[in-house]
Ligand binder design. Sequence first.
Ligand SMILES: NC(=O)c1ccc[n+]([C@@H]2O[C@H](COP(=O)([O-])OP(=O)(O)OC[C@H]3O[C@@H](n4cnc5c(N)ncnc54)[C@H](OP(=O)(O)O)[C@@H]3O)[C@@H](O)[C@H]2O)c1
Length: 343
Amino acid sequence: MTRDTMGSATTVTMMTAAVARRFGPPQVVAVERVPRPVPAHDEVLIRLRASTVSIADHRLRAKDLPRGLGLLAVVALGVFRPRHAILGMDGAGVIEAVGADVTGFTPGDEVIVMQGPRMGCHAEYVTVKANGCIAPKPAGMSFEDAAALVFGGYTAISFLDRVELGPGTDILVNGASGAVGTAVVQLASQAGARVTGVCSQGNADLVRSLGAHRVIDYATEDFAAGDERYDVIVECVGNAPFSRSRRVMKPGAALLLVISDLPGMLGERIQSRRSGKLVTHTGSMFGAPVMAEIVRHAEAGDLRPVVDRTYDLADIVEAHRYVDTGRKRGSVVVRIGGESAGD
Ligand SMILES: NC(=O)c1ccc[n+]([C@@H]2O[C@H](COP(=O)([O-])OP(=O)(O)OC[C@H]3O[C@@H](n4cnc5c(N)ncnc54)[C@H](OP(=O)(O)O)[C@@H]3O)[C@@H](O)[C@H]2O)c1
């Protein structure tokens, strides 16, 4: 029981969540009982059934950022401790309640959500703007599979919106076996493009099964030293900036820097102008339209979830440990809801 600003007694409803109260290794995450959020007039309250531990959770928890971005990101991340103690960018669940002004959703609707840097999805409940990154869950898909689509699918759709893909397009995906890479490979392949995936030998079959025409094992071959030329390069690793990739870019090609350090970001305008190529570290489609595209592609069979491992929320530290290896294939799913609901 607490008292509100008028001194009246109010009841705080609790929920289970994974909470990181300081930066550090996976063990800084603890499963706790915390107050359940209350939806504002324009928000929905979602009872989450699944989320993922993504590379973003790793980066925010460990303060592991590309070169030069540490100071800049401090505002978003938090200075002394994570700005958002409950991590988790994505999720799938059921609408529990809606704010007074919400018309598009009703309790009982099954949805997917991308919270992005607002985080909060490693919990039983999260509040989300009803006009934000939320969409009906793809029909016939489990919550776990649906959650596995969101982080990589959102990023892939946002970045691929920058380019025209079709038969005759040669696209290279560096880091083809991660959450983003597996989505890019599928979407580009479905668009008719000729896809080359860069991954380790152990992930070659997976990447081929997602639609790659060709696979380059980064341990034995340097794509940037090869004879092939590409219309689009999607950089999902952090080792293929313009200086390395430019040699294998066709005239007018695009380098989509899903991951880049600060010098790469600062240099992209001048690189684009001088080379006549597109170099960019941002996508061009955001918000609800991207969520709708995830659902459309999933229901059309163009985008299927790639689930590496699944953990219960109670075991989330293990999930963080695995993601920290940098070796996950697609998504690491967190199952939520085995615990009792709020009390
Ligand atoms: N800009 C944005 O909005 C945005 C959004 C999402 C993600 N990102 C960034 O994009 C990057 C990719 O994200 P993600 O979620 O796909 O990461 P992820 O799932 O953690 O990527 C893991 C994969 O990377 C592969 N990998 C590791 N080293 C490699 C190398 N040298 N060459 C090729 N593949 C390699 C691993 O395969 P092996 O085990 O076979 O090596 C593994 O399958 C991250 O740096 C993330 O921070 C940016």
